[in-house]
Design a protein around this ligand. Structure first.
Ligand SMILES: NC(=O)c1ccc[n+]([C@@H]2O[C@H](COP(=O)([O-])OP(=O)(O)OC[C@H]3O[C@@H](n4cnc5c(N)ncnc54)[C@H](O)[C@@H]3O)[C@@H](O)[C@H]2O)c1
Length: 358
């Protein structure tokens, strides 16, 4: 017969501080963003990302772990700076919007390397849109032509407003020219950007959208090699911010543009599989963005150059975003404590903790 177990008093049943993990829900994240302000947070996030790009070499790096299906991809994106470890779960399902679902959803976790205990669990669908936009604008600071004030935003889905406002917050763009194959998406962005201090022009074609723009952002979702920009559309001196090509067999630019543009990438081992770079031979030249940020390689060299940020989204950008959230929720009401870890008083008595809980 099993010995009777002595029930714990309620206080002893309560999890210890370390077992309680701060959890940021979607509602908390929305309130945190409003509290800081969208543009201010995009600027601050870009600062965190820039700081981590400067210490790029000390991070553990690996291409993300992707599980592909006929309809989309599910990915895990881990990295560590030796003190903290972070990962993001993210999906990419271009067909989802037709079913009333998001193309991209995400959540992420930050842990203490010393104990292995998580220190933050957070929604990352909104945070991914913020960090992707902040990364784009951070890159554009080094790569866009001086005085850039107008951008084309091709692909007017979930990321579009964030991308636009980041370019406004960090580069001071004052007008945006929108295009999407679905005019309802364009109308949505125009509506959402009203009152944000930008001149917004809705266009009927991609050609019309790029007229007079110095920054061309492509942010479309399609599970194929698309040609959002053709070579004849890209004039001297522009900066291309290519966001949507981020999976094997999923690109946005005509190969001739990629061939003649000065290419900047996040983590080459991942970009080669997922970015516009997958269209090019092994020896195609590129510069790693962290080298530009840390001053060991030049960004834009002259006014005539066509620069291309071949963005696929790398784990370090999510790590920066997780650090940012951990720092900014301290002492606020924008999280709850989640009873996530079993943490018995006697660390070897996990079973005893279970038995005493009845
Ligand atoms: N690089 C990164 O870090 C990063 C981060 C997040 C998302 N993404 C990628 O960015 C893309 C956009 O994400 P989202 O969440 O905004 O997706 P979304 O599905 O909400 O929006 C995509 C939009 O692209 C439009 N579109 C599709 N084909 C087009 C075409 N040929 N011309 C013009 N518009 C077209 C669609 O109508 C839709 O409005 C996705 O491919 C996603 O995987 C990249």
């Amino acid at each position: 017969m099993e010995p009777p177990v002595k029930p714990l008093k309620p206080a002893e049943l309560a999890p210890s501080d370390k077992a309680l993990v701060p959890f940021v829900s979607v509602d908390h994240m929305m309130r945190l963003i409003h509290h800081i302000g969208v543009e201010a947070m995009l600027r601050d996030l870009a600062g965190y990302i820039e700081a981590d790009f400067r210490r790029w070499e000390l991070f553990d790096k690996t291409p993300r772990v992707a599980s592909h299906s006929e309809v989309g991809v599910i990915e895990l994106m881990p990295t560590s700076d030796g003190e903290a470890y972070g990962f993001k779960y993210v999906n990419g399902h271009p067909k989802n919007t037709k079913e009333g679902l998001q193309t991209v959803t995400a959540f992420g976790l930050l842990a203490d390397v010393y104990t292995g205990y998580p220190v933050l669990l957070t929604e990352m669908t909104l945070l991914t849109a913020m960090r992707t936009a902040a990364t784009s604008a951070m890159a554009a600071k080094y790569l866009a032509p001086k005085g850039a004030h107008c951008m084309a935003m091709i692909g007017n889905g979930a990321q579009a407003e964030f991308q636009t406002l980041a370019m406004k917050a960090l580069l001071g763009i004052d007008s945006v020219r929108l295009y999407d194959i679905d005019s309802r998406a364009t109308e949505k962005v125009a509506r959402n950007l009203a009152g944000h201090g930008l001149t917004v022009v809705c266009c009927d074609t991609a050609e019309e959208a790029i007229e007079g723009a110095q920054i061309l952002t492509t942010c479309t979702a399609d599970k194929q090699n698309a040609t959002i920009l053709t070579d004849n559309m890209v004039g001297a001196g522009v900066h291309i911010n290519a966001i949507g090509g981020d999976c094997p067999g999923k690109t946005e630019l005509h190969r001739d543009i990629v061939a003649r543009a000065e290419m900047f990438v996040e983590y080459p081992e991942q970009t080669r599989i997922e970015g516009e770079l997958q269209q090019m031979p092994e020896d195609h030249p590129f510069t790693e963005l962290w080298q530009v940020v840390s001053g060991s390689a030049p960004g834009r060299r002259d006014a005539q150059q066509v620069t291309l940020f071949d963005s696929v989204g790398f784990a370090i950008e999510d790590f920066s975003a997780l650090r940012f959230v951990r720092d900014r929720i301290r002492g606020t009401e924008y999280y709850t404590d989640l009873d996530l870890l079993a943490d018995p008083d006697d660390p070897r008595d996990l079973f005893g903790m279970l038995m005493r809980s009845v």
